[in-house]
Write a protein that binds this ligand. Structure first.
Ligand code: NAP
Length: 290
């Protein structure tokens, strides 16, 4: 049976190859025309979202946000083409309430829904080393596991839909504040007269040097901000974190500041750059005017 796929962005174009390696035919939808290097022979690309659902037992979704999922699945009419008992696995990062609402809409059409946002960026996506935060009805999750295992080397099973989104947003909140803090620390070091290499050398020997800094250090030093995880998606995730915090009345005041800074950073040319570019954003005096 054919596997459906939606979204061939930075993550989707890599993840779909992992699923294709299982050998089943894959029909992969992308809104705009997309050429993928080394596309496996069993993957066909389409701009028609209906094709990624029709006759497919599973449709994996890796789109920008909830609006994109709604456009591709519902506004296009694709969900009406889904067979009863088929399963949508949404791997995009969406809000907690978004995910619960999407699940209800999908299930309302007699289709199963698995929530599975992922931790990890383009390289782990390529290598099948993502971490999947999976939620949904047990039997449906079980059915999706063989596919999820091709993309993720760790699978957390988190219970009801909404829980995967909550854990994803928790992690990305910490990611965002870590990257913002690093940018601010480097701006401080710059004004104190230190070049970025010296500042990073000192930081790297301290106890406050997490894996993500090690991962982004090369990009920061080379000023190579080709996107792996774009600033605009980090901004979205922190906004979703603050929305869920407000809903639950969680005490997360730092997140409000992070959301506002990322909203500013993603309003201009930094939006599509990798989040490593936040190191440059803080040192750019023009940002004071925005
Ligand atoms: P991306 O490169 O920006 O790709 C976004 C995808 O969504 C593209 O296929 C895009 O189509 C599609 N899209 C956007 N708006 C749409 C619409 N209205 N209708 C139909 N399709 C639409 O994003 P990504 O980095 O692959 O990330 C995908 C998701 O995973 C996001 O939710 C992100 O937060 C999350 N995530 C990303 C990373 C990462 O490191 N990059 C890691 C974990 C999770 P077009 O090509 O036509 O624009």
């Amino acid at each position: 049976m054919t596997i459906g796929w939606m979204g061939l962005g930075l993550m989707g174009e890599r993840m779909v190859k992992r699923v294709a390696a299982l050998g089943e035919d894959v029909i992969a939808y992308n809104r705009s025309p997309k050429t993928i290097q080394d596309l496996p022979a069993n993957v066909r690309v389409t701009q028609n979202p209906l094709e990624a659902v029709q006759g497919c037992r599973f449709t994996f979704v890796m789109l920008a946000d909830a609006g994109a999922v709604e456009a591709a699945l519902f506004d296009s009419g694709a969900i009406d083409a889904a067979g009863t008992g088929s399963i949508v696995v949404n791997m995009s990062t969406v809000g907690v309430e978004d995910s619960i609402r999407l699940a209800a809409r999908v299930e309302g059409r007699g289709v199963g829904y698995v929530e599975s946002p992922v931790l990890g960026t383009t390289k782990p996506a390529e290598e099948g080393k993502l971490v999947a935060l999976v939620a949904g009805r047990e039997a449906i999750v079980e059915a999706a596991l063989p596919y999820l295992r091709t993309m993720a080397h760790v699978i957390h099973r988190l219970g009801n839909v909404g829980n995967g989104a909550a854990m994803k947003l928790m992690v990305n909140y910490l990611l965002a504040t870590s990257m913002l803090s690093l940018g601010e620390a480097l701006a401080f070091a710059d004004r104190a007269g230190f070049d970025v290499h010296t500042a990073l050398d000192v930081l790297a020997t301290s106890s406050v040097w997490p894996g993500v800094y090690a991962g982004k250090r090369g990009m920061i030093e080379a000023k190579d901000f080709a996107p792996q995880f774009p600033v605009k998606h980090l901004a979205k995730d922190v906004r979703l974190f603050t929305e869920a915090s407000e809903h639950w009345r969680a005490r997360t005041p730092i997140a409000g500041l992070a959301r506002d800074l990322l909203r500013r950073a993603s309003a201009g040319t930094f939006a599509d750059l990798d989040m490593a570019a936040l190191s440059a954003w803080f040192r750019d005096d023009r940002q004071d005017q925005t």
